[in-house]
Each structure stands twice: as structure tokens, then as C-alpha cells.
Design a protein around this ligand. Structure first.
Ligand code: ADP
Ligand code: ASP
Ligand code: MG
Length: 814
């Protein structure tokens, strides 16, 4: 014999019920029991409607109408017209009883657990009856059997406990005499000894099927649902989750106990005792293999088999000096909860015996607080124990696997993964069986926690980086295009999956939780909503993705002021914007400290020398114990362009104009020509070498006449250059006479930095510097005479974009 159970979605509408029929027809076993849930959504609707009725809210009638329509419509769609009338009249008479029950509840303004069970049982009673009639109409040899006549329970309405002996005997008696091959039965419903309808708990149809399978020693129990098996994590929250092909009863039990809703936890016990295998199958993809649950099925060498979670958990803590060394406190605490049928999901106890802490469902909190405070009234009054403490809106995430006990370091890995992603852990429990490690976290962190843990334990080192990019001008757009080109390579070779989740320019912004398509991001962005830096941050925070990176491609001071918000939320910051690192020393330190504290890298390689690995090299020197003695550098692509092209046959004015027109200078050329840009760069290098320095302390003997520096507009500036041509020509001549070239040099030595124009003689490392190239010489303890030299293209959108890209990859390897 086989038992097949079809869940709510599988029977949600006539189309799906037809799929169910096809699956049943494909079974050629002698006897089949088909257990069905209520049509998808009907149980919730029945419960909501009955609450409305008992609150004397007439809106309950709307709910009732919807319930009636769904059932009547399905009969009309499934059953041939000539067979409809008897079925309709039976269903209508049931619906009339339902109406009377709801009316009664409305009139008295009350809903007892007993009445609630009676009302809610109609979901399964109606669905199973209609489906059995449909099967008959389609020529299947099917009967209907009301499970309430087989499954007997106590009177714990809503979550009844079965009387195993009587139930099994009833099942045996019925199936022994069953006339037809197929019996259709309602899941979830049962009856008490005195004949009242009871139910087996939400999700209980799985349990009904397991009870029948165990009673009949079925060959197999098939649970047909809307997913292709038991997954490594809830597939609705973790897109990368994979189906587990084989799993042991115990592992499945742990996973379901900790929230893998695909199987109702009590389902496993009855079949485990009889060693009946369970297969979880997908009604919508019957060809998928599904999950096979049996004894000793924990193969594949995998230690962690799944990650599950339970939302809506509260922590209840009992603590106080009166608990130390006093026997029986825990017993009383648990007894009190148990007497109220409050289920304890997780327990931790501090080793000092000073406190006991349990996780319970949010729904039970009020009752729990009341009964525990009453039970310990005396101790609370005499200050031996504090009134019970409650923390709400929490969730449990749990790693599950039979083989976890024989592996060291799993909990370390679990907690460091959560910590790295800024998921705060409120409590920890590890079962003595070591089949499970659970952590209590904030409810809003669940998705991030599941995805981070899944990545760590199941995704063969593929790491997902979620980028939020602000600024898509010259550099930003090149950057996005580079990601587009490299995406495949990064995934295959570096195991990095880079997704751009949000982009913004100064006008609009756009987000896509599945990743913005980089083929047509320009259109997507143009059609986005109005840009707003604060809102942008709020969305990034709310999305709460693991490995989030904020990329600042702007030159905006305001944007640079938002870095602390990101870093404090463990969102890394990558920026080519120099403002933050060259502002107040205290701000720079603050950002570095936040990055450390929140484990969120803050990288700005492109602040100096665009894509050249200058800062990274410096970091490695320092980390390996070297000390920087002196830095000499040519760091301005714009000034190089100017002085490489200036001579006695052109005017200085014309060269600067050309540099501006060809995009080698900032729109305001004084920023480059005054040396400010170079000052910022040497400041950053000095700071990164471990020195406390501010921009005002940098000496800058400008080569520009004071009147040029003081100009207020570009026109005035260029006019002043024209006027002072002789000064510039003189500079050139002096250099030429000394067989030297003019270079704008930045230097840092003995804690002091200065920038300025220098005559560089032939043979010097700077003499042959071409175009917009940059060069840096690091003189250190290890490189005292021959400096470490980094030289190459130090300006331009393409190389800057690739520098940002390199920072992103550094984060990927972090
Ligand atoms: P049914 O109505 O068929 O009983 P349920 O909604 O009770 O279906 O259970 C199936 C759902 O369980 C899936 O749609 C999925 O969202 C959820 N689920 C949670 N955790 C897991 C998991 N680890 N593997 C598969 N499904 C899971
Ligand atoms: N219909 C019930 C519920 O929604 C039982 C089940 O579907 O398993 O909880
Ligand atoms: Mg279910």
C-alpha cells in the first residue's frame, strides 16, 4: 500500500486537482490512500472568518461567501453537469452548517477552541469529498472516507494528541474491507472520544498521512507539495538553495522542527518507528526526483545538511540571585510552561545557574509571562528572582546534520559568518545530539543570515557581492561596463558572483533585488525614481543583503559624509572620491575605525594614482613590518600633461587651455594647478603610512603668481595666465639651462609633506615621465637606497574604473 498526501497548493484550484488526478492515475499499486489538505488558503480564510464572526464583525459574511464560491465553482469546473446536483446539494448542506456555526459565534460573540476546530475542519472535509467525487466521475475506483472516523484523539482542540492503538485498529478495520483501490481522506481532521471534531495542528495533513501509513505499514509515504523536495534552506528565501536528495529521519525531523515547513514535524515519528520511507515530491514537476527520507540516509559526506529557521520567536529569561544552587527552579519553570501547552523551542542556561533562557513562539508570550510570574510570585516579591524578562521579534536559525558531531569548527564558522555580516546573536544552543546548532537572532536579519550561512556551507565558495553604485558618470559607467564584461569570468574563475542591486546618479535611482541587468542599465536608471541620498541608504539598509558594498564614484562631499552610515551597518565602502580621506584627520581615523569595528572594508585605492596599486602596496609594506622613511612622487596627471607639453614655442596659457579642453584637468583648472589635488594625494599616502597629518600642515610653494591663485572665475584665471606668460617662460628657461625638466613633485619625509614645482635633472627617475603617468618612490627601512617604485598611467576613467573594480575583488577575497 502507498499513502499519497497532497498539500493546499496542490489542490488549490481545478487545474491543480487535474494534475493530482494524473499523478494518482500513474500509480499502479493495489491500495492507495490519498490524503488531501483544504484548498490552498481556505484554512486561513476559515480561521479569519471565524475570528471576525466572534468579534461580531459582519465582514465575516464576505469571508463565508468566498469560501462558498471557491467550493461551488470547483464542483462546476470539475464534475460533469449531469453529476453535479447531488454533489452540490451535499456540499451546500455542509456550507449551511458552517454558516450556522459562524452565525452562532457571531451572536454569542465567542469562539471556543472546540467550535474553532469544528469550523476549520470544513476545509479538509469539503476538499476531500469534492476530489473523491471528481475521481469517481473520471472513472477512477475511488471512495471517500472521513478521517474523523479513523483518527481518535484527546480533546486538546487545535493540536490534539492521537490515541495510537484505537486509531491503528480503526484504520486496519477500514482498509481490510475497502472495496476500491483508492480511498480519498481529509487530512488534519480527527475526532475526540466523545465524537467532537478535533484537528492535529497547522500543517497537520502530513501527520494524518503518516498515521495512516504507519497503521497500514505502507511501503511508502509520498508527500506531494509545491517544491521539489526538502531543500538546503527555504527556497523562497534562499534562491541558491538546492534539493537534498537523501536525508535521514532525524535530520528531517530537526529541519522541520526548526521551521522547514515542507514537513510538519510530528509526521516523522510514526513512520520512523516502522521504517517506512517518506518521499517529498513536487505536484508541479512530478518528474523531479524529490527527497528520500529514511533511516541512515545521511550519506554524500556532507556534514551540514540543511539550514532552517523559525520566525516569531521570543526569548523568556528567568534570572536572579535566588536561583543559584536552589534545586527545582528549572523544573517549576518548565512545568509551568508545559501545563499551559506552551512549547519550548530552545533552551540555554548560563553556567552560573543565574539564569535560564528559553525560546518560545511570539504567540505564547503574554500567557507565558503571566503564568511564570504567578508561579514565582513569592520569589519575585522577596527579590530572589526578577520578573520574567521578554525579548520579542526574534528568530532562530539552525544548522542541521547527523555528521556535524564528528567535525570541529562548525560552530566557529557559523558564528563568524553571522558576525561578519553584522547579524547580532542573542542566544545559542547546541543539542546534546550535536545534530543541530541554533542561534537566536533579530527577525529582520533572517534572510541575510540564511543566505550568508548557505553561501558558507553549501555554495562551494561562490561568494555573492551585492553592489550599490552611486555616480555613473565617466568613471561609474566605465565601471559598470567592466563588470558586465567580467561577470562570467569572475564567477567561473574567482567564484565571485557580482550583482548590481542599486544605482543612482544625481537625478534618478533604481533598485532590483535580482540584480540590475547591465545590458541596459542606462534606460533602467533613466526610468527610475527621483534620486535621494538618504533614501538610497535607507533602501540599502532595509534590503539587508550580505556582502553589500557601497561604491561612490562621485566627487561629492555630501556623499562622502554618508560613509559612516554604511560602515556601521557592515556595508563596505569603495570610493574614488578623495574628499573623505583628505578631510579632517579625525574623520579619516573614524572611518578606518568603523571599518575595523564592523568588519566592513573601506577601500579607496583610486584616490592616488587611479588604478595603480599604490595604497595596497603601502598597506602590505606596513603590515609586514616595514617603515616608510620618505615618499617622493609625481601624482598629477594634469600637471604632467601641462609641463610635458610646455616649452618656449608655445604659451603656458594655451597648454593649460588644451589640458582643460581635453579633459586632463578638473572643470576648475585651479584645483589642479594650485596643487590642491596633489596635496590631498600625498596627505593620504602619509596617513596610510601611519602618520597623523592634516592638509593645512602641507607646504605648498605654488608656482602660480598670487593673482592667478586669487581669481574667482575661469576667464579671470586664464587672463592672468596670459598676463604672466614671461614668468612661466622664465621658469622653463631656468630648467632648460640646468638640463632639467619641470615636474610637480610631492614629498613626504620626517613627518613633513610638501608639494611644488621642481627642476628634475637628467637621470632622475622622474625625468622621463611621460603623458599623464604617475610615479611613486617609497624609501623604507627595507628599501633604503633603491626605492620601491610604482609607475604607470595615473589618470583616466578607464584605469580609475579598473582600480575600483580591483577594490571590489579585494572585498570578495576578504
Ligand atoms: P503544503 O501545502 O503542500 O503542505 P507547505 O506550504 O506546508 O506545503 O510546505 C511547502 C513549503 O515549505 C514550501 O513552499 C517552502 O516555502 C517551505 N519550506 C521551508 N523550508 C523548506 C525547505 N528547507 N525545503 C523545502 N521547502 C521549505
Ligand atoms: N489545512 C491545514 C493547514 O493549512 C492543514 C494542512 O494543510 O496540512 O494548516
Ligand atoms: Mg504543509
Amino acid at each position: 500500500m502507498k499513502v499519497l498526501k497532497f498539500g493546499g497548493t496542490s489542490v488549490a484550484n481545478p487545474e491543480n486537482i487535474n494534475r493530482v488526478k494524473a499523478i494518482v492515475q500513474n500509480n499502479h499499486t493495489d491500495t492507495i490512500a490519498i490524503v488531501v489538505s483544504a484548498f490552498g488558503g481556505i484554512t486561513d480564510l476559515l480561521l479569519n472568518t471565524s475570528h471576525l464572526a466572534s468579534n461580531q464583525d459582519l465582514a465575516y459574511k464576505k469571508g463565508l461567501k468566498e469560501i462558498e464560491d471557491r467550493h461551488i465553482d470547483s464542483i462546476r469546473a470539475l464534475i460533469p453537469v449531469k453529476a453535479q446536483s447531488t454533489i452540490l446539494s451535499k456540499v451546500k448542506s455542509d456550507l449551511n452548517v458552517l454558516e450556522t456555526l459562524l452565525e452562532g459565534s457571531f451572536l454569542i460573540g465567542e469562539l471556543t477552541p472546540k467550535l474553532s476546530d469544528k469550523i476549520v475542519s470544513y476545509g479538509e472535509l469539503l476538499s476531500s469529498f469534492i476530489i473523491s467525487e471528481f475521481f469517481k466521475a473520471e472513472g477512477l475506483k475511488a471512495d471517500f472516507k472521513d478521517s474523523r472516523q479513523l483518527i481518535l484523539t484527546d480533546e486538546n482542540y487545535g493540536n490534539a494528541t492521537i490515541d495510537v492503538e484505537k486509531t491503528y485498529a480503526n484504520c486496519n478495520a477500514y482498509f481490510k474491507n475497502a472495496k476500491n483501490q483508492i480511498t480519498v481522506l481529509p487530512g488534519f481532521v480527527s475526532s475526540s472520544g466523545s465524537g467532537n471534531s478535533t484537528t492535529l495542528g497547522r500543517g497537520g495533513s502530513d501527520y494524518t498521512a503518516a498515521i495512516i501509513a504507519a497503521a497500514q505499514k505502507a511501503d511508502i509515504l509520498e508527500i506531494w507539495t509545491d517544491v521539489s523536495g526538502m531543500f538546503t534552506a527555504n527556497p523562497k528565501l534562499v534562491k541558491q538553495a538546492k534539493c537534498v536528495s537523501h536525508i535521514s529521519y532525524e535530520e528531517a525531523m530537526e529541519l522541520s522542527h526548526f521551521g522547514a515547513k515542507v514537513l510538519y514535524p510530528p509526521t516523522i515519528q510514526p513512520v520512523l518507528n516502522k521504517e517506512i520511507p517518506i518521499v517529498i515530491k513536487n505536484t508541479f514537476k512530478p518528474e523531479d526526483e524529490g527527497t528520500y527520507i529514511a533511516k541512515n540516509n545521511n550519506g554524500n559526506g556532507k556534514t551540514v545538511r540543511g539550514i532552517s529557521h523559525v520566525s516569531n520567536i521570543s526569548l523568556l529569561s528567568l534570572e536572579g540571585p535566588g536561583m543559584i544552587g536552589v534545586p527545582g527552579i528549572s523544573k517549576r519553570f518548565f512545568e509551568t510552561l508545559s501545563l499551559e501547552n506552551i512549547s519550548v523551542v530552545l533552551i540555554t542556561q548560563a553556567s552560573s545557574e543565574h539564569s535560564i533562557c528559553v525560546g518560545i513562539s511570539d504567540d505564547d508570550v503574554e500567557k507565558a509571562v503571566q503564568v511564570v510570574n504567578t508561579a514565582f510570585e513569592y520569589e519575585i516579591a522577596s527579590n530572589k528572582i526578577k520578573p520574567v524578562l521578554v525579548e520579542k521579534d526574534l528568530a532562530i536559525v539552525a544548522l542541521v546534520g547527523d555528521n556535524m558531531k564528528s567535525h570541529q569548527g562548525l560552530s566557529g564558522k557559523m558564528f563568524s559568518t553571522l558576525g561578519r555580516n553584522n547579524v547580532n546573536i542573542r542566544a545559542i544552543a547546541q543539542g546534546a545530539s550535536e545534530r543541530n546548532i541554533s542561534a537566536v537572532i533579530t527577525k529582520t536579519d533572517v534572510k541575510k543570515a540564511l543566505n550568508s550561512l548557505h553561501e558558507e556551507f553549501f555554495e562551494e565558495n561562490i561568494k555573492q557581492l551585492n553592489l550599490f553604485v552611486m555616480g555613473v558618470g565617466n568613471v561609474g559607467s566605465k565601471f559598470l561596463n567592466q563588470i558586465k564584461q567580467q561577470k562570467k569570468y569572475l564567477k567561473e574563475e574567482l567564484k565571485l558572483n557580482i550583482r548590481v542591486i542599486g544605482i543612482s546618479n544625481s537625478r534618478t535611482m533604481d533598485f532590483d533585488e535580482d540584480g540590475i541587468s547591465l545590458k541596459d542599465w542606462e534606460t533602467t536608471l533613466a526610468n527610475g525614481r527621483k534620486a535621494d541620498k538618504e533614501v538610497f541608504f535607507k533602501i540599502v539598509k532595509k534590503l539587508n543583503y550580505r556582502n553589500s558594498v557601497f561604491v561612490d564614484n562621485t566627487a561629492s562631499e555630501q556623499v562622502s559624509e554618508s560613509y559612516p552610515d554604511y560602515l556601521k551597518n557592515s556595508i563596505s565602502v569603495v570610493t574614488c572620491n578623495k574628499i573623505a580621506c583628505s578631510s579632517d584627520y579625525d574623520y579619516y581615523r573614524y572611518l578606518k575605525q568603523l571599518a575595523k569595528q564592523y568588519n566592513s572594508p573601506f577601500l579607496f585605492e583610486t584616490n592616488v594614482g587611479a588604478g595603480l596599486p599604490i595604497i595596497d602596496t603601502l598597506k602590505h609594506l606596513i603590515a609586514s613590518g616595514d617603515k616608510v622613511k620618505k615618499i617622493q612622487a609625481v601624482l598629477s596627471g594634469s600637471l604632467n600633461f601641462v609641463f610635458n607639453n610646455f616649452n618656449d614655442s608655445v604659451t603656458f596659457h594655451d597648454i593649460v587651455k588644451q589640458a582643460q579642453e581635453e579633459g586632463y584637468t578638473e572643470p576648475d583648472p585651479t584645483i589642479d594647478l594650485s596643487g590642491i589635488d596633489v596635496m590631498r594625494k600625498i596627505l593620504i599616502l602619509a596617513r596610510e603610512s601611519g602618520n597623523q597629518l592634516d592638509i593645512e600642515q602641507i607646504e605648498n610653494d605654488s608656482f602660480l603668481p598670487k593673482e592667478s591663485l586669487d581669481t574667482k572665475s575661469n576667464e579671470a584665471f586664464f587672463a592672468s595666465l596670459k598676463k604672466n606668460e614671461t614668468t612661466f617662460q622664465k621658469m622653463f628657461k631656468e630648467a632648460k639651462d640646468a638640463d632639467s625638466k619641470l615636474k610637480y613633485v610631492a614629498q613626504f619625509e620626517d613627518g613633513k609633506a610638501r608639494v611644488g614645482l621642481q627642476k628634475i635633472p637628467k637621470g632622475h627617475d622622474f625625468y622621463n615621465l611621460e603623458g599623464s603617468d604617475n610615479i611613486v618612490l617609497f624609501y623604507t627601512e627595507r628599501y633604503p637606497n633603491q626605492p620601491l617604485i610604482i609607475k604607470g598611467a595615473g589618470a583616466g576613467a578607464d584605469v580609475t574604473a579598473s582600480g575600483i573594480f580591483a577594490d571590489i575583488i579585494r572585498i570578495g577575497n576578504f
